[in-house]
Design a protein around this ligand. Structure first.
Ligand SMILES: O=C(O)CCC(=O)C(=O)O
Ligand SMILES: [Fe+2]
Length: 349
């Protein structure tokens, strides 16, 4: 088996019943194998994909002082700038060589999700300048918002296909996708130093994603790798222009009673170039209760996991990973090897 296969998603939008059934079959194979596939033939405009990378570069080119004005530590609902080395997903490695900018649905402070502190919900935060980039702040906001909406809509279409892979009605996930929370992060991975310790250095450490499904757009620089347990090796996911790398998260694996896989992946940027990528994490309606999916538990057997709300399932994983980075940094600071300023990232759920 090689890197995640590239599937043509366009039959989902056509009347070609046979081609759609074939797509469903291929997606199902991937879900059972390692939970990763790539798609082309979606409806996210190529032009928007290019524009959002321009926005991402303009943001990360800002001075640290400017980026720090929208530091995500300044709010508790996971919006804004995440410093280099804030996260540590792989136990035993160094904090990760990446910086990020989090955007979600722009909910007003009067929205019930915000009032009730529901999973990563609240207003977006925006930089106050993009200078010297020629992009205006309005273009930045409009582009990132339009892109986010397109990808969230694609995620819902992918869930329709996932329903079909489980012999369920196409709209089976509607209650889960209505009022869903999804978080997008613009990511920038500076090139790893050539002499950095390979065993410890990570753009993002080996991890599985927390939510239901992740849709990732990579720019042209590679670095993403997916674990293959059969050969115990890391497979490179070479960027394909315009394609989404789609993977199932831990919550979907739990939901399917471990029938479908949430697989390990990581990023090591050895290219010597700046790497940019944009994952969108689709979590679902925070109040929805995840309870073993139909056709995922053998007759007469009990599901492996008790019911859990989306908010508890996804929120718990966030807390754990950021806590790990904070603890590591505190330890380093105590040893006098690193300052502990601005590293802990509390997440409200
Ligand atoms: O940047 C990438 O290619 C992967 C990012 C990722 O795995 C994540 O943010 O969870
Ligand atoms: Fe990931």
């Amino acid at each position: 088996m090689s890197a995640p296969p590239i599937l043509d998603f366009s039959p989902f939008y056509s009347n070609d019943v046979a081609a759609k059934a074939e797509l469903v079959r291929k997606v199902k194979d991937c879900c059972l194998h390692n939970g990763f596939f790539q798609i082309v033939g979606h409806q996210v405009p190529a032009e928007l994909q290019t524009k959002i990378f321009d926005c991402s570069k303009a943001f990360f080119d800002l001075s640290l002082e400017e980026k720090s004005k929208v530091n995500k530590d300044l709010n508790t609902w996971n919006r804004g700038y995440e410093l280099l080395r804030s996260q540590m997903l792989e136990v035993g490695t160094s904090p990760e060589l990446k910086e990020g900018f989090y955007i979600g649905e722009d909910l007003p402070t009067t929205h019930p999700y915000f009032i009730e502190k529901k999973l990563n919900s609240g207003p977006n935060v925006w930089p106050s300048t993009l200078s010297p980039s020629p992009l205006s702040l309005e273009e930045f906001r409009d582009t990132t918002t339009a892109y986010y909406n397109h990808v969230v809509s694609l995620a819902k279409d992918i869930l329709k296909v996932l329903a079909l892979t489980l012999d369920l009605e196409e709209d089976w996930f509607n209650e889960f996708t209505d009022g869903a929370v999804a978080t997008m992060r613009l990511l920038h991975y500076p090139p790893q130093e050539k002499d950095s310790d390979e065993k410890l250095s990570r753009g993002i450490g080996a991890h599985t994603d927390f939510g239901a499904v992740t849709l990732l757009l990579q720019e042209e620089v590679d670095g993403l790798q997916v674990w293959e347990k059969e050969t115990k090796s890391w497979l490179d996911v070479v960027p394909t222009k315009g394609a989404y790398v789609v993977n199932l998260g831990n919550m979907f694996m739990r939901w399917s009673n471990d029938r479908y896989i949430s697989n390990l992946h990581r990023v090591i940027n050895k290219s010597g170039k700046e790497r940019y990528s944009i994952p969108v994490f689709f979590s679902g309606n925070p109040d929805y209760v995840i309870n073993c999916l139909p056709n995922c538990c053998a007759e007469g057997q009990n599901p492996k996991y008790p019911p859990v709300t989306v908010a508890d399932c996804v929120g718990g994983s966030y807390k754990e990973s950021y806590g790990r980075a904070a603890a590591h940094k505190a330890e380093q600071a105590q040893k006098g090897t690193m300052t502990a300023v601005g590293n802990s990232v509390p997440i409200a759920v």
